[in-house]
Structures are given as C-alpha cells and as structure tokens.
Write a new protein. Structure first.
Length: 86
C-alpha cells in the first residue's frame, strides 16, 4: 500500500483534559481505489513532519495491541523507486 504526503503542514490539538499538545499531519492511503483515502498521522514533533512524497508502512508498523487486535501505526518509510532499465 502506498501512502501519499503532499504537505509538511501540521495541525496542533491540545487536550482539554490533560493539556497535552498533539500534532497531526494529513496523509492519504492509495490502496488502488478510484481516490486515495485521507487519514491523519500522529507526530511526536511537528519539526519531524514527513516531507512530501510517496511512502509505505514500516515493517514494525503492524502489531497486536493490548486488546489482542491487529493494529497499524503510521510509521512510514520512503517508497523505494524501481531501478531504471539501462
């Protein structure tokens, strides 16, 4: 699955309950349908936003959560471009 990032812009949200700041970056999942499906990536630091480009989920992004359900985190790695034929 390909993940598309078009901008480094981040949205900041502050929890009313705890006062903790969260940062989100918009991405889109290109899973072969007619249109990519947007979703938000939770960032630790807005200065570490993903650069625009194509990504895939990291190998360790899929895991079993505490409830025993299969989950996926938005840990992304750049999508490797196929080598050009000579």
């Amino acid at each position: 699955m390909k993940v598309l990032i078009k901008s480094t812009a981040c949205k900041e949200v502050t929890s009313k309950k705890s006062g903790v700041k969260y940062f989100f970056q918009t991405a889109a999942l290109d899973n072969g349908h007619d249109f990519p499906q947007p979703f938000e990536v939770l960032l630790d630091d807005p200065k570490k936003a993903y650069a625009p480009g194509e990504y895939q989920f990291a190998a360790d992004a899929v895991y079993v959560d505490r409830g025993g359900k299969l989950s996926i985190s938005a840990r992304l790695v750049p999508l490797a471009k196929p080598a050009r034929a000579a």
